[in-house]
Write a protein that binds this ligand. Structure first.
Ligand code: ADP
Ligand code: 5GP
Length: 211
């Protein structure tokens, strides 16, 4: 029905489960493509260049900005994060629903530049559970966890800018819910311009006959 794929932004507090959800979504359905961001943050244990992120130095990152090779970028907890342009454009053109898992400043820039993008905000059912997940993940020091939790409080102020809230309580349910939001979004008139024009043209034939 839609002419092209949808540009989907997934944001949410660090530890909300975005990465886990995205993995499951991509495993379950084949209409998605996940954009791999570039970052100046150091890799966590097990993270691979080109898979979780393209890891870069500050200089390399700033060169990409200057060359306009990122569709958005932001500074988050002292590091740069940005979305490489080429992959996103190619995949949308190929009809894939492209997911950007990015924070709120980047999300707002995407909405401004791509008004037909779909903004989803992932949250755990409550704040205590967020802390439990961040601690449980065991990838950050207590100082970084504290910083991310305090950042979460600021981020919660921006939730209204999103199109939908996705509560990640039961993982399987959440994946289904997310997918159904995307499927429904394909039927929004602003994303079906080609179909609408086509049926309008066809209907004109009837009015010709009636006049
Ligand atoms: P994010 O990408 O949002 O920072 P992660 O996907 O790394 O979050 O998830 C943070 C932690 O929470 C991980 O240890 C993950 O296994 C766990 N987690 C994710 N979703 C759920 C869920 N629905 N229920 C319980 N734990 C979850
Ligand atoms: P992390 O360090 O936990 O992998 O990511 C930190 C934050 O940066 C998360 O909120 C994540 O969604 C966000 N992020 C990851 N990639 C990008 C990106 O390309 N652009 C923006 N603006 N944020 C990103």
């Amino acid at each position: 029905m839609t002419d092209k794929g949808i540009l989907i932004v997934v944001s949410g507090f660090s530890g909300a489960g975005k990465g886990t959800l995205m993995r499951k979504l991509l495993e379950t359905y084949d209409n998605y493509a996940l954009s791999v961001s570039m970052t100046t943050r150091k890799p966590r244990e097990g993270e691979r260049h080109g898979v979780e992120y393209f890891f870069a130095s500050k200089e390399e990152f700033e060169k990409k900005i200057a060359e306009d090779k990122l569709i958005e970028y932001a500074c988050y907890c002292d590091n740069y994060y940005g979305t490489p342009r080429e992959y996103v454009e190619e995949q949308l053109e190929a009809g894939k629903d492209v997911i950007l898992e990015i924070e709120i400043q980047g999300a707002l820039k995407i909405k401004e530049r791509f008004p037909d993008s779909l903004l989803l905000f992932v949250t755990p059912p409550n704040a205590k559970e967020l802390e439990r997940r961040l601690v449980g993940r065991g990838t950050e020091t207590p100082e970084v966890i504290a910083k991310r939790l305090s950042r979460a409080s600021e981020e919660s102020e921006g939730i209204e800018a999103y199109d939908y809230i996705v509560v990640n309580d039961d993982l399987e349910e959440c994946v289904k819910q997310l997918h159904s939001i995307v499927i429904n979004a394909h039927y929004a008139p602003n994303r079906c311009a080609e179909f609408i024009n086509q049926i309008r043209e066809e209907l004109k034939e009837f009015s010709k006959g009636a006049n």
